[in-house]
Design a protein around this ligand. Structure first.
Ligand SMILES: [Ca+2]
Length: 95
């Protein structure tokens, strides 16, 4: 049986391919993914300028699309930010 982490990785791949076309996300697909899958963690997903900026930041190879490798950078960046909030919260509540 897959572990929690293995399940997470599989979900990450499945979610990416649910929105991607030919293994890449264009601007519109990235926006839809952010609206549907990151609405609680990413408050700027409804702001078109923020989507453009995120797209530009993620597109490491400059082809105007976000591939899986580039998408993972977004997930990692958000996970790091969330882990910092989690640690701060745990410190405050004394756990
Ligand atoms: Ca790219």
């Amino acid at each position: 049986m897959p572990s929690d982490l293995e399940n997470c990785m599989e979900t990450l791949i499945k979610v990416f391919h649910r929105y991607a076309n030919n293994a890449s996300l264009n601007r519109k697909q990235l926006r839809t993914l952010m609206e549907c899958e990151l609405s609680n963690f990413l408050k700027s997903q409804k702001d078109p300028a923020a989507v453009d900026k995120i797209m530009k930041d993620l597109d490491a190879n400059g082809d105007g699309l976000v591939n899986f490798e580039e998408f993972v950078a977004l997930v990692v960046g958000l996970s790091i930010a969330c882990e910092q909030c989690y640690t701060a919260h745990m410190k405050k509540t004394g756990k």
